[in-house]
Design a protein. Structure first.
Length: 278
């Protein structure tokens, strides 16, 4: 019985060694091909950085000839196709890259950005959700997702994502700014002003946040605070036409006609010089 057990153990050991050797034999060429393909992608990126786009494109194509499963090469080719105006082909390459490696957050996010740029917003949101699924702590993908959801009218979805993001990144100004906008679209003006205030503590001279805070404070009936935000905005960027226009409106509402006319005049002057009043 003992001799039979030893024989079985020896047979299992030999078979295991054979299977391992066969596995190495099969995967070895693939590993070598991937390494060579990656090397060519590195060279392509270097050539592109040096301004030689033709050489870069040739190297990428060679990389794909060696290993057509190389997601990096597909992503690099997509960038060339975008530059050539071949948007549909670029999307196809990015889609291959994103599907090839289920953990590649960058590929999923790049695909989402490309879909958004071409007006395919539903697909963009789906791939941003996929990017967050691949890396739940990924702040950039989270903020992008929240902003896209806001753009597509899904305020509740955007609010959920934004609320989670500030928990993960309490010192990130953009996260609080996004939360403020999400709360505002969800008709939570008090909560929106609270989030915008936290964003301003992290970046006091953010003109867009100051202007938004001025508008929200005004809607809440906090006229003095609204005026304070508006004055801070023009102080932070005296060349911002929108900031001057907002200040002028608030001054006019408060009966300060002379100063209001001056602020609106400044806004129109800057607008005529190229700064847009929205």
């Amino acid at each position: 019985m003992i001799r039979w057990s030893l024989r079985l153990a020896l047979t299992a050991t030999v078979l295991g060694a054979i299977f391992a050797w066969v596995g190495v034999f099969r995967t070895g060429p693939r590993i070598a091909a991937r390494r060579e393909s990656d090397r060519l992608v590195d060279m392509a990126q270097k050539a592109g950085a040096e301004g030689d786009r033709w050489e870069s494109r040739q190297l990428v194509e060679k990389a794909l000839e060696i290993d057509d499963r190389n997601g990096r090469a597909h992503r690099e080719l997509a960038m060339h196709l975008v530059a050539e105006g071949k948007t549909d082909q670029a999307l196809a390459e990015l889609l291959q890259a994103a599907e090839m490696k289920s953990t590649d957050v960058g590929a999923a996010r790049e695909l989402a950005v490309a879909f958004w740029a071409t007006g395919r917003k539903k697909e963009a949101v789906c791939w941003l959700k996929e990017a967050v699924r691949r890396d739940p702590m990924g702040g950039v993908a989270r903020v992008d997702l929240a902003r896209c959801l806001l753009e597509t009218g899904d305020a509740p979805g955007a609010l959920d994502v934004a609320e989670e993001t500030v928990v993960f990144y309490p010192q990130w100004q953009l996260a609080w700014r996004t939360l403020g906008l999400a709360r505002l679209q969800s008709d939570d003006r008090a909560g929106a002003l609270e989030a915008l205030d936290k964003a301003l503590r992290l970046r006091p001279n953010d003109v867009l946040v100051l202007a938004a805070a001025a508008g929200v404070a005004n809607e809440l009936g906090q006229k003095e605070d609204a005026l304070s935000y508006a004055r801070r905005a023009v102080s932070a960027d005296g060349q911002n036409a929108q900031a001057w226009f907002t200040l002028g409106q608030l001054l006019a509402a408060g009966g300060q006609e002379a100063e209001a006319r001056e602020a609106v005049g400044r806004a129109r002057s800057l607008s005529a010089a190229g700064s847009e009043v929205r």
